[in-house]
Design a protein around this ligand. Structure first.
Ligand SMILES: [Zn+2]
Ligand SMILES: [Zn+2]
Length: 175
């Protein structure tokens, strides 16, 4: 949903507090599309600190379904977002793009709440998502989810952590 900014931009010292509903369906991150399963309205506070500069604070919770990095089972990952941005409304849109300010959530005098939240989620995108701390992963031979029980494959190495270490050693050997 859009928040119109021209009122607050024209009034120095003005503070706007608002709550806007989000309508995120998916997040495109690291080349894949992920489903948004839960989202709270974005609580937004915008302050005109003078000289057409806006200070923006927002908070919301968004839950995104991401597969576990080891076993690929779906994990509902909660992003608790605290957003803080500064916006110089003196800059034209072209200026902002030129200065590589990532404020693509502003078009003219409209702030796009969904885009702002999406931006912040990408900044906080986790490097690794695990369904549980000690997820056993999947068997590299038959693909069985080892959290659900052992498979019948012969195991070269039992512990996935050990497997990772032997990977590193075999890389050294190749050199
Ligand atoms: Zn897992
Ligand atoms: Zn197996």
């Amino acid at each position: 949903m859009l928040v119109h900014l021209s009122d607050i931009v024209s009034q120095e010292g003005k503070c706007l507090k608002t709550e806007i509903p989000l309508a995120l369906e998916t997040i495109v991150a690291v080349g894949d599309t992920y489903k948004v399963v839960e989202q709270k309205p974005l609580q937004l506070m915008i302050v005109n600190t003078g000289d057409k500069v806006l200070e923006l604070k927002g908070r919301t919770d968004v839950v995104v379904r991401i597969p576990c990095s080891r076993c690929l089972e779906a994990v509902d990952w909660k992003f608790s977002l605290e957003i803080e941005r500064k916006l110089d409304m003196k800059q034209s849109e072209e200026d902002r793009i030129k200065n590589l300010d990532e404020s693509d959530y502003i078009t003219g005098m409209d702030l796009d709440g969904d885009r702002l939240v999406c931006d912040e989620i990408l900044i906080q995108w986790p490097l690794k998502v695990l369904c549980k701390e000690d997820c056993k992963g999947i068997c590299s031979k038959c693909g069985q989810n080892l959290n659900h029980g052992e498979c019948d494959c012969e195991k070269g190495s039992l512990d996935p952590r050990m497997a990772a270490i032997s990977d590193i050693f075999s890389k050294f050997k190749e050199v």
